[in-house]
Design a protein around this ligand. Structure first.
Ligand code: BGC
Length: 766
């Protein structure tokens, strides 16, 4: 853990330049707009350690799998989000010396991520080896309005008269650090440099994704545009324009780059270049400042329904806003083919692909803070991939429309190739069904079942009904050879969480049948035909499984058993592990981890979190106390679930302790891996720790429930959510709670045991 960034309620601030921290800062200061994004690579040359990263949503590379022992059913490739055309770079020479912060003396350095307005700002003063000092000021953003547009304003002020040579460039000759075979993924199509415009079109070696990047460049002295004729040089996958200007001491030269990055993910290849050119022309006709202003206003709107204010703890305040900001710049629901990679647009790790993290952790954030249409896109994403999930299950021997959603995917195909995860970590299917339920509980949009939701539920229920087997010996259904959410145990039998969620999916599918029969008979009869659904036989089987499924329970401890044999392990709590042994995934051999009792992340407790109403408080307490002592929280997804459960059962100190482990995970580099990119999906969990944990907020059956308390360490907190289209703010402090309905219709709130109606515009103090 390292406290490096300065605390501020709306900003993340870096003061002073520390090359050791550069890659971490590049991750933390990442910017994006839900369709594309970029690490905070310095604009000018930098010869120190850096991970260059510019990412365009939907464009990926199927990098050929690398694996020791090939197993049937493995995917051929691991999809990688591709490091794409770098548009924001400038090379600058002052009196022929290259500006490189690594080589220069840095006299002052200030960088901030302005989360309220969605921009990255930097100001520094450096002295070059030739003795000239320059002030540099840069502002960069990705527009929240036009999602293909990004822009940079870069100011240079030398302290003495000098020649400034500026190379404006667009570079697609870039590579991925995590490329399996060290190959470059992009191939040249075309580059063009005309006056102040540059265009580079490239395509991926496989899948033929095309990306066209256009930049229009302006140079100003004060407010006056400098009309200087640039020179150009030719390189593959690269275009540039080089300008030379003479500046006086104290004179500011401003460079402005308007950029459009358009891909064949959104446009036909034939018209991509024309589209890029037209859009660039249109955008560059307005000023940098006007685009920034519009984008900032859109950010301010987002904050109106997603902000969390914390009084009395500026670090906590900064942290929660940082998490909300990163989630909003990773996903905006623009396109049902896009999803949320665990690192968003901030790094290459995890391939930028979709995991169960989306449904289990991220969806509730978007449900609480955005228009339901945004969350719905996440469901539609899986619906569109249903055929692939059915194919995926067929490859593993399942039939009759059984669907197994992939553990990791870009387009519906499985990308993961560790057998214990690909074939065994099948609980992910449950989270996808659970998300449909969660969405409907929030929005009341039961019509979604007829639109596509039920087909997904059916495929999933069919999978589970084939995946369990009847044990003749015990006269019950069992499920063998699985990996639960705790990946520190593989190939176990009867993982309680997996079996429980499997049964729940079959039950929910059966309930949905009844609903559709009564409410959407004609749509349902089409679904029956399309899916060859034998209602009687199939639902009967689901019910039989539900009634006879083995869910392990320990009579002594009175807790659910994580999986067969768990109780026979050496039950030594993690507190007794020497700090030098942790994290165990870096200190222990894999076999030692597998044999141990230690739990990577919530497993039984994940089930209690999802299905809380099905268990009483004592069951929650007993299971929490039993399992938490063995949990090492070595997945970033772990502490948040524990924090929410601890808050629910009244373990307030524990809830706060767990919250602290999740809130500043990246800002303080807790896991020593922020340089790879940010933990975007766990950021949703961290938000939920406050809103669901401390705030006790639940939305069930389209009603809002609150059971808040205020952590002792804070004076109070306030969060805003969007409930039935009404923005609602909830303020909690040590003397009470106030709920304000900013919307135009009355809302119903269940506060602890009380039912309260709040008129449009009304406030209730409780
Ligand atoms: C966790 C998984 C998660 C993945 C991506 C792993 O470390 O164990 O549950 O889906 O990271 O966040």
């Amino acid at each position: 853990m390292i406290k490096y960034f300065k605390a501020d309620p709306w900003k993340v601030i870096e003061e002073g330049f520390n090359p050791e921290m550069n890659e971490i800062a590049e991750s933390v200061f990442s910017i994006g707009n839900g369709m594309m994004g970029q690490r905070a690579n310095l604009e000018e040359s930098y010869s120190g350690k850096s991970l260059q990263g510019t990412y365009v949503g939907g464009v990926y590379y199927p990098d050929k799998t690398r694996v020791g022992w090939w197993k049937n059913g493995y995917p051929e490739y691991f999809a990688k989000v591709i490091n794409s055309t770098y548009w924001s770079g400038l090379r600058i020479w002052i009196n022929k010396e290259l500006v490189d912060i690594q080589e220069a003396t840095v006299n002052s350095f200030y960088r901030e991520l302005d989360m309220h307005n969605g921009l990255l700002y930097r100001k520094c003063n450096i002295t070059l080896k030739n003795g000239i000092s320059v002030d540099i000021e840069s502002t960069r953003f990705y527009s929240l309005i036009n999602k293909e547009y990004s822009a940079l304003r870069y100011k240079i002020t030398p302290n003495t008269a000098c020649e400034i040579k500026i190379e404006n460039y667009v570079d697609a000759d870039v590579s991925n650090k995590d490329s399996n075979y060290d190959e470059k993924f992009w191939e040249e199509i075309k580059q063009e440099s005309t006056e102040n415009k540059l265009f580079v079109t490239v395509k991926t070696k496989k899948l033929n994704w095309h990306l066209c990047t256009g930049v229009k460049f302006f140079l100003f002295s004060g407010d006056d545009e400098i009309s200087s004729i640039p020179t150009h040089s030719q390189h593959p996958k690269f275009a540039n324009s080089i300008y030379t200007v003479n500046a006086n001491g104290g004179q500011t030269i401003t460079a402005v780059k308007h950029a459009i990055s358009a891909s064949s993910f959104h446009h036909p290849i034939e018209s991509l270049e024309l589209h890029t050119k037209k859009t660039l022309e249109k955008m560059a006709a307005s000023t940098f400042e006007s685009h920034l202003d519009m984008s900032a206003k859109a950010w301010q709107e987002k904050w109106k329904s997603s902000d969390v204010e914390i009084e009395g703890d500026v670090e906590a305040q900064q942290a929660v806003r940082f998490n909300i900001y990163q989630l909003n710049q990773t996903y905006c629901g623009d396109d049902p083919r896009l999803n949320i990679g665990p690192k968003g647009y901030t790094g290459e790790k995890y391939g930028g692909s979709t995991y169960w993290d989306t449904e289990a952790y991220c969806l509730p954030f978007y449900l609480a803070t955005s228009d339901p249409a945004i969350s719905k896109q996440l469901l539609v994403y899986r619906y569109k991939q249903l055929d692939k999930a059915i194919e995926n299950a067929e490859k593993l021997g399942f039939k009759n429309g059984a669907a197994l959603y992939p553990m990791v995917t870009m387009n519906g195909e499985e990308c993961h190739n560790e057998w214990e995860i690909t074939f065994e970590e099948i609980h992910r299917n449950g989270a996808i069904a659970y998300a449909i339920h969660n969405y409907i509980e929030h929005t009341g949009d039961k019509a979604y079942l007829a639109e596509g939701g039920f087909e997904v539920l059916l495929g999933i229920a069919r999978f589970w009904s084939q995946r369990v087997h009847w044990s003749q010996n015990f006269g019950r259904y069992e499920m063998h050879g699985v990996t639960g959410p705790n990946e520190y145990e593989n190939n176990v039998n009867n993982n309680w969480y997996t079996s429980y969620i499997a049964c729940w999916c079959m039950m929910y599918a059966a309930e949905s049948v009844e609903y559709l029969q009564s409410n959407y008979p004609s749509e349902f009869s089409n679904i029956i035909k399309k899916t060859n659904f034998n209602i009687g036989m199939e639902t009967e089987k689901w019910n039989h499984i539900n009634e006879n499924m083995y869910l392990p329970y320990d009579e002594n401890q009175k807790v659910f058993v994580q999986h067969d044999g768990f109780m026979n392990k050496e039950l030594i709590p993690c507190d007794e592990l020497a700090p030098s042994e942790r994290p165990i995934n870096q200190k222990w051999s894999w076999d030692r981890i597998l044999r141990s009792v230690y739990i990577k992340q919530a497993d039984v407790l994940q089930g209690l979190y999802f299905f809380e109403d099905q268990f009483d408080m004592n069951t929650h307490k007993r299971n929490f106390e039993f399992y938490e002592q063995f949990t090492v929280h070595e997945s970033s997804l772990s502490p948040c679930v524990h924090s929410i459960l601890a808050a629910k059962i009244g373990f307030t100190e524990k809830a706060y302790e767990m919250y602290l482990r999740t809130a500043r995970l990246d800002l303080d580099n807790y896991n020593n891996d922020t340089e790879d990119g940010l933990h975007i999906t766990s950021m949703a969990g961290s938000y939920l720790s406050i809103v669901q944990g401390f705030g006790g907020l639940r939305i069930k059956n389209q009603s809002l429930y609150l059971d808040p308390h205020c952590p002792e360490q804070w004076h109070g907190y306030k969060f805003r959510i969007l409930f039935k289209n009404s923005p609602v703010s909830i303020s909690v402090n040590h003397s009470g709670t106030s709920v304000q309905n900013h919307g135009e219709s009355e809302i119903e709130v269940h506060f602890k045991q009380q039912r309260i109606l709040i008129k449009a515009g009304g406030v209730v103090n409780l």
